[in-house]
Design a protein around this ligand. Structure first.
Ligand code: ATP
Ligand code: MG
Length: 249
């Protein structure tokens, strides 16, 4: 899938690969004009983290997985950047959880929806996974949001009890929390509104976090939730880990 000029031995290979994936997705019409800005903000925070999954992120990853596994109706939300950066990982995770993915984008246009859905369905066929890909026929609204970004499927996001929304906008994250859902965010910025408002926040790079989740499922299967899990404390640790990485370098 990745036809990239850089060599895997390059010290910035992972970062170059993600940029390459965004370029390819942009050419396919999957991204909003602001997608690169959002990615750049993420990259800056990843540098501060030392481009690694920290101990607190690993705890959030375990808790997120436990929450998704014990949910009645989990769903994984996909936006343009997520489809560009980690389409396969999201499909594999949905397959492991036997749940749907739903394409749900902030700047909704029919062209972008079509491009993202086509990409998801193409990768679904290549991977040979039997995952419902929703987003093509929204018939419901997320209460509290205005305009096309409120659109969703009633048999997907609307009725879900637990939702994974990587790289989500703060506004929509808040609207989903207000619906009483367990909202799991993956966001490298521990200070973003999404990171602050979610039920569980994984402060880690998207593809690293998803690959850790997939490995956990493979190695341990069913994960038990930590009854003492403290969202704010884990977020605070994420921030301290960034500050310590800066002090040590
Ligand atoms: P909020 O609306 O929550 O306050 P924001 O407006 O600053 O956040 P958005 O543009 O809505 O940010 O969403 C992009 C978010 O995704 C940023 O917080 C950025 O740090 C994060 N991000 C970007 N790329 C990645 C990535 N590959 N992995 C994890 N997080 C990322
Ligand atoms: Mg925002």
């Amino acid at each position: 899938m990745d036809d990239i000029a850089a060599d895997p031995s390059h010290p910035r290979y992972a970062s170059l690969l993600m940029r390459h994936r965004l370029e390819v997705a942009a050419k396919k019409g999957m991204l909003a004009a602001s997608a690169m800005i959002a990615h750049g903000r993420g990259e800056a925070f990843d540098y501060l983290l030392g481009e690694r999954t920290t101990a607190s992120a690993q705890r959030a990853i375990r808790q997120a997985l436990a929450s998704l596994q014990s949910a009645k109706k989990p769903v994984l939300s996909i936006n343009g950047n997520v489809a560009a950066l980690a389409c396969d990982e999201m499909l594999r995770l949905a397959d492991a959880l036997s749940c749907a993915v739903e394409v749900n984008i902030f700047y909704r246009t029919p062209e972008r929806m079509k491009a993202i859905l086509a990409h998801m369905n193409e990768r679904k066929t290549v991977l040979g996974v039997d995952v419902p890909v929703l987003g093509h026929a929204p018939d419901a609204q997320i209460p509290g949001l205005k305009g096309p970004r409120a659109a969703c499927h009633s048999d997907g996001i609307l009725e879900s009890d637990t939702i994974l929304v990587p790289l989500e906008d703060g506004d929509r994250c808040q609207a989903l929390v207000a619906m009483g859902k367990e909202v799991i965010v993956i966001d490298l910025n521990p200070l973003s509104r999404s990171a602050q408002q979610a039920t569980i926040t994984i402060v880690d790079e998207l593809s690293r976090a998803l690959n850790s989740m997939l490995t956990l499922v493979e190695v341990e299967g069913e994960i038990e939730a930590d009854p003492d899990y403290d969202h704010e404390a884990v977020l605070g640790e994420g921030l301290s880990e960034m500050l310590n990485t800066m002090k040590d370098s």
